[in-house]
Design a protein around this ligand. Sequence first.
Ligand code: UD1
Ligand code: CA
Length: 455
Amino acid sequence: MVAVAILAAGRGTRMKSQLPKVLHSFGGRSLIQRVLDSLSTIQPSRTLIIVGYGQEALRQSLADYPNLEFVEQTQQLGTGHAVQQLLPHLEGFEGTLLVLNGDVPLLRPTTLQHLLTTQQESGSAAAILTAQMPNPQGYGRVFCDGNNVVTQIVEDRDCTAAQRQNRRINAGVYCFRWPDLAEVLPQLQSNNDQQEYYLTDTMTMLKPVVSIDVDDPQEIMGINDRQQLAMGYRILQNRLKEHWMKAGVTLVDPDSITIDEDVQLEPDVVIEPQTHLRGRTTVKSGSHIGPGTLLDNSQIGEQVTVLYSVISDSVVKDGSRIGPYAHLRGHAEIGEQCRIGNFVEIKKATLGDRTNAAHLSYLGDATLGQGVNIGAGTVTANYDGVKKHATVIGDRSKTGSNSVLVAPVTLGENVTVAAGSTVTDDVPDDSLVIARARQVVKPGWQLSPSEPADA
Ligand code: UD1
Ligand code: CA
């Protein structure tokens, strides 16, 4: 039986933020969500989260995770004190307790699995993850005897100059035989620089404790300040980009591209520079995205091109061309082989196949059929100041330049709207609608000579 505890009660003072540290976002998920996700293969029987600072926000943000138990630590007196709070909750529990800091978001599930297996197979009281860090500053230093048995962990600030030379650091990830830990937890003292109860002090009380060096020290990076947040993000990005390039995606200038964790890409997708893929975005084979594009929670079909555009919560089907400078948002759905671009905004609108809106338009709350052509400057006037109204345009209809369609309004199939029209009433199939003042020409007309020239 494995129970997991995640320490997340601290404010994260070094972040200098109102937001609890573990809720800072990191590639589309919060730090703590990433820690929870790293437990995917372990499937613990219980997951306890130690909360304190900002706990309401924390509970809310994790509402979608089933079976979490929140344990309150009212005062944050250290990591040892945090784990002490579990004592009443785990009374009689005979299994293994995996403890993770909530600010270690880059752990691989296989590493945690390895830690668990090592602890269980070696019969040790505890096993901890360690790493040889090129720059160990800020981390607790781990001291071992000749057999890799941990003798002591000393926090950076409590180290002597000589101890500080040790580059083996504590990752803040531990696997304990719970009954052994439960016995020593009440004995912790706070006689250190921070006057805190350190979980790491249990290492000298438990015997034996084995340390496991991870191969990739980047994995156990803890996030304490904004600089580490940025460094960690870069590591995550490099991992994701490596994954997608191996899977057959071309990233032109990877350093200028960002990709969230939940994005899905097919082989032969090309991502151009300055492009950002966020949320649950998917892009299918052969599509060419960017340069200069933001896709957020959107589904892009095959052989689509998107150039200098922003697309959120929307769908673009196969073979369509978007941009330059298009903005699709709020459930825009673009059919196959459409052309949308050059300063066109589309909101909550469905466009049938082969429909074009190629220049300077706004289409909102609209349903367009197939083969429709929207002339330059066409606008759906969907808002009367109080409510939004719908516009419907049938198959093969065309709007002339600068048409205003005042919703609610329905244009049938094969309708032609004359340029400059303001259409306020429905138009039946196969009609031409002209809704503008007729041009008046007065031949031979001159200013009257009596009028002053500069009037
Ligand atoms: C801790 C370790 C250090 C290790 C490092 C790895 C201790 C004493 N030190 O240091 O050896 O190298 O992690 O990243 O454990 N927390 C609580 N309640 C508290 C205090 C902290 O829940 O009273 C939580 C924090 O929210 C955080 C985690 O515990 O998620 C770690 O706390 P933090 O203050 O960041 O510890 P470090 O100084 O990084
Ligand atoms: Ca930390």
